[in-house]
Design a binder for this molecule. Structure first.
Ligand code: ADP
Ligand code: MG
Length: 252
């Protein structure tokens, strides 16, 4: 059975989607069957893989309707990487989900029949701790927390860890933190170095050794509908996401 990773942080713009898309592409490139599920109504992961955000069906139809999740799986055009797209309809599920029976378990339940097919399932979460993120955390085995190497990086992390502990206690005892990932790190600045030191001191053993540099190619790749390893395989961002894939696979 494969491992399910939620990529979560309630802050927006910290590199969740970038990490979900690029980590998924790197594990697929390394030979693992992988599935990326876009859990954000903004559909940035869907768009970043060149899939139309008005494509139907989406993860919404499986979460709220009674469609089987496998009917919403589409090919990404990249070997071994399949995708369940999101669309704007997913926004409504934050209201609809809590009204449904077993609302926190919907994703876990629809994902269950597919888990054997994929070595890695990555869940790209929206920037909130609402019902969609809770569904992802209940369906997941591990959480990856991207942390932008900027001022205020630690702000909000305590709240996120509290939510993780709550989900672990009440809904999903097997959930663990795979690691915190420093993203958009600009090694030339004192600030990035200070933030990195602070995060590592605060959360020893929890921070991935791999650091994702701020890299123009990483930022450009989604506008071409490609992960960075397919857009510019030799840039620093592609190297970093490859290293991360190795570290994630090694941590198990
Ligand atoms: P989130 O999903 O947490 O909201 P994104 O992954 O969408 O964050 O990243 C926010 C913005 O930062 C996007 O425009 C993305 O392209 C850009 N970005 C993310 N990581 C990097 C990086 N390592 N280097 C340069 N730009 C990045
Ligand atoms: Mg995002």
């Amino acid at each position: 059975m494969g491992t399910v990773y939620a990529i979560a942080n309630q802050k927006g713009g910290v590199g969740k989607t970038t990490t979900a898309v690029n980590l998924a592409a790197c594990v697929a490139e390394a030979g693992y069957e992988s599935l990326l599920i876009d859990m954000d109504p903004q559909s940035n992961a869907t768009l970043g893989l060149g899939i139309d955000k008005y494509a139907k069906p989406t993860v919404y139809d499986a979460l709220v309707g009674d469609l089987e999740l496998r009917s919403a799986v589409v090919e990404s055009g990249i070997a071994r990487l399949a995708v369940v797209p999101a669309g704007p309809d997913l926004a409504g599920s934050t209201v609809e989900l809590p009204r449904l029976p077993g609302s926190e378990n919907r994703l876990r339940d629809v994902l269950a029949p597919l888990r054997d097919r994929y070595a890695f399932v990555l869940l790209d979460c929206p920037p909130s701790l609402g019902p969609l993120t809770v569904n992802a955390l209940v369906a997941a085995d591990r959480v990856i927390v991207p942390v932008q190497a900027e001022y205020f990086a630690l702000e909000g992390l305590a709240g996120l860890l509290d939510t993780l502990a709550l989900v672990q206690r009440e809904l999903n005892p097997k959930l663990t933190v795979a690691g915190m990932l420093l993203t958009m790190h600009d090694g030339r600045t004192r600030l990035a170095q200070d933030v990195e030191r602070e995060v590592r001191e605060h959360f020893p053993a929890l921070v991935f050794e791999t650091v994702i540099p701020r890299n123009v190619r990483v930022g450009e790749a989604p506008s071409f509908g490609k992960p960075v390893i397919h857009y510019d395989p030799h840039c620093a961002g592609a190297d970093a996401y490859f290293e991360l894939a190795k570290e994630v696979a090694a941590r198990g």
